[in-house]
Design a protein around this ligand. Sequence first.
Ligand code: ZN
Length: 348
Amino acid sequence: MSLPSPSLSEQNPVFDGHNDVLYQLWKAGDKKGGMFIDPNKDSALAITCHSAQIGCLKGGLFAIFVPARDSLENTEGLSEKPAFDHTMEMLDIAHYLHKNHSDAFRICQNNKDIKKASSDGAIAAVLHIEGAEAIGPSLDGLYALAQRGVRSIGPLWSRPNIFGQGVPFSFPGSPDQGSGLTQHGKALVKACDEAGIMLDVSHLNEAGFWDIARLSHQPITATHSNAHALCPSPRNLTDKQLAAIAESGGMVGVCFATAYLRADGARNDQTSLDPILRQIDYLLRFLGEDHVGLGSDFDGAVLPSELKTAAGLPALQKALQTHGFGLQLTQKLCWDNWLIRLSKCSGF
Ligand code: ZN
């Protein structure tokens, strides 16, 4: 099948704030990442090297997510040992791809790596942890993960752990549910600041958000979240939170998951790209044009059918420009802003 080739303005490079490709490969037992690499393999992934190439997706935060044993939304905390082991298995997949397919996938530790990978035609992967169950109270796990290339951590997913509480998926709902970070959570924030690891507040409850806002020296960053005023999911950020992010010089990656886009919170792929544009309009008003990016949730959620895979990104770029954002702002939203945010991590 030949795909329409997008015009030049729709081929700006994209750096995306969140995907779950590594989790999907691990879940499928695909230790060598064949579903990602091999264009002939029937792949159910939203991001493959083929779809990334069509979509001009040149880099992103690649999340490692450990599910609970019985169901994704199980609110029972996971214990450290199995979470650590599964995290290492997902890191093994990333390192296998990096080592054996460096023309297509590269683990990046800094902006120099990202720019080099992207100019060589490889997707630039910055490794991220979504829910820090793999790290125990001693925080030794943090350093083990950093040694294997992890540069970004969201301490909580939508469940409690030793660091604090995440938000549930109930709809509609406020993010203000549950208590703030525990002593371990506060220690983790401090350790991430010291190690130059980016902290992510997506999935964190509001009390935990304010703890990070108070304790961390970093610009507050939500890799894949939207504005609560337009979609009242607990996963989204209130105006007050957005104002705090703006004040810190932080960043929000607009999430394409329809559950966090639509006013009715439905998981329904029959959703146009309009709610994404409305979210970006709203976020720009709070944050300004240097502090909004993309945070797709490819391979982790129900997305609008036009963005079923990364090959749909040119359609989004076209929609951004038709909406009136223009080429320069589109480039900032799609690439520049994430790289500038990452450069604020020490050593990045
Ligand atoms: Zn997520």
